[in-house]
Design a protein around this ligand. Structure first.
Ligand SMILES: *Cc1c(COP(=O)(O)O)cnc(C)c1O
Length: 450
């Protein structure tokens, strides 16, 4: 048996997604509507198909993956689990380091795992178009791909600053047939208001979400798709953790610590939730979400009800948040910029079941480069956050002279993010701690719900 990469047969692709909701220690904090009452499934029908709404609120532990979705996933799944032997050697650590590599998908990240499911269910529901937002371009590319596979038109509102900095992400989306519009735009009221206030507005994820949701809510033939945060997205990503468990069984090992980069929480949910049953049964597994110090939602945010977008069109969710009008500092190049986090991840973190750590930017890129030089694969900047934390765990094991099995998700490759690496090599990146007074200000923007 090869110990460098542990592969599964296509027949070992999971048949079901794992829904963590019935296994939560306390019931999930409900999403709230503008009337400050729990949202009803009906109120979500303007932008989501019935199957997605059902998954969002389901109390069924296992949900079958429809055959056409499995057919789509086969294009790149099961994804390989690698043992990072060359990195272990470089670090001279007694730790065994494994990574689940999601960069093998056509779009280069884990995001198509949910995009294909969302496109499928929308097509099933008779929808012809989807709108969405994208920051770094990963989610927009994934939905563009999925729209092409299932015959849907896709319009992507791309945060203006990324639109200008990442022309090839745009080309990629257009190659798969999507239309890409820099946000804020004049297409929507949310966009027009933002531009009237500041014609130079560089855009933000929260604002792009407002634009995409506004358009979807206003058109019968159009729905909206979100690439992270919501329960159904985390659900779709649980193929990652389920495969990883099987792969560990094949080599007779199991992780002591699991790390994943955390923007909205879909990597965290995807790899960690399937291992929660083992933890609940008494196995000592640490699970750590890794975020940037410049966008420290879990480690420094408020645990409170907040909007998912800047204008306040989405349901109000109880989550760790930096405030819905959060603007990431301009110096930040590493992604993971969303102001909030998945309700499920937030709740499990609040209950002490998941841990979180924030890593500074320069050390993150340093880790990305070390990893590329050891293992060959150039990590997406988002993924490099988990690489940093994995290297730190391995170095700690070395210091303590302890064996330890480390698993992390390498959520994507960085082939479209080399401008960020260029800035790192040019010495232009700095560490940035999100200022305390900005956190205080964010508190005042939160909706008043207990
Ligand atoms: C979107 C993205 C992330 C962060 O999103 P999560 O939902 O928190 O996982 C991490 N890595 C890559 C490559 C991404 O595209």
């Amino acid at each position: 048996m090869s110990e460098h990469k542990i592969l599964l047969d296509e027949s070992e692709l999971p048949t079901h997604w794992y829904n963590v909701i019935p296994d939560l220690p306390t019931p999930m904090a409900p999403y709230m509507g503008p009337d400050k009452q729990p949202v009803t499934p009906e109120s979500m029908q303007a932008i989501f198909p019935p199957a997605i709404i059902e998954q969002e609120m389901s109390d069924q532990r296992w949900i079958e993956i429809p055959e056409p979705v499995r057919e789509a996933l086969y294009l790149w799944r099961p994804s390989p689990l690698y043992r990072a032997k060359r990195l272990e050697k470089m670090l001279d650590t007694p730790a065994r380091i494994y990574f689940k590599y999601e960069g093998v998908s056509p779009a280069g990240s884990h995001k198509p795992n949910s995009a294909v499911a969302q496109a499928y269910y929308n097509k099933q529901a008779g929808i012809h178009r989807m709108t969405t937002e994208t920051g770094a371009g990963q989610w927009g590319s994934s939905l563009a791909l999925a729209g092409q596979m299932f015959g849907l038109d896709v319009r992507v509102y791309m945060v203006d600053v990324s639109y200008r900095q990442k022309p090839f992400r745009r080309s990629m989306m257009e190659t798969w047939g999507a239309e890409v519009i820099p946000s804020p735009s004049r297409n929507t009221e949310a966009g027009r208001n933002a531009l009237d206030k500041d014609p130079e507005n560089p855009g933000s994820l929260g604002l792009a979400i407002s634009e995409a949701v506004e358009e979807a809510a206003g058109r019968k033939d159009t729905n909206y798709g979100l690439g992270s945060v919501l329960n159904h997205v985390l659900l779709h990503q649980t193929v990652i953790g389920q495969e990883a468990k099987k792969q560990f069984e094949k080599v007779g090992d199991s992780p002591d610590v699991i790390l994943a980069p955390c923007g909205g929480g879909s990597n965290v949910g995807g790899i960690m939730f399937p291992f929660l049953a083992d933890k609940a049964a008494g196995k000592d597994i640490r699970m750590v979400a890794v975020e940037p110090t410049s966008c420290p939602t879990l480690t420094r945010g408020h645990y409170a009800y907040d909007y998912g977008d800047s204008v306040g069109l989405t349901p109000i969710m109880k989550m760790y948040t930096l405030g819905h009008d959060f603007m990431p500092p301009g110096i930040h190049a590493g992604g993971l910029r969303y102001h909030g986090d998945s309700v499920l991840v937030s709740q499990l973190y609040h209950e002490g079941i998941l841990e979180a750590v924030a890593v500074p930017q320069v050390a993150t890129f340093e880790a990305g480069v070390m990893f590329a030089r050891a293992q060959g694969i150039i990590p997406a900047p988002e993924s490099a956050h988990a690489v940093r934390a994995a290297i730190d765990e391995a170095l700690q094991a070395k210091e303590e002279g302890k064996e330890k099995t480390i698993l992390f998700t390498l959520s994507g490759h960085g082939h479209f993010d080399m401008a960020a690496y260029d800035r790192y090599f040019a010495g232009e990146l700095e560490d940035f701690d999100y200022p305390e007074d900005a956190l205080g200000k964010a508190l005042r923007t939160l909706p008043d719900i207990e």
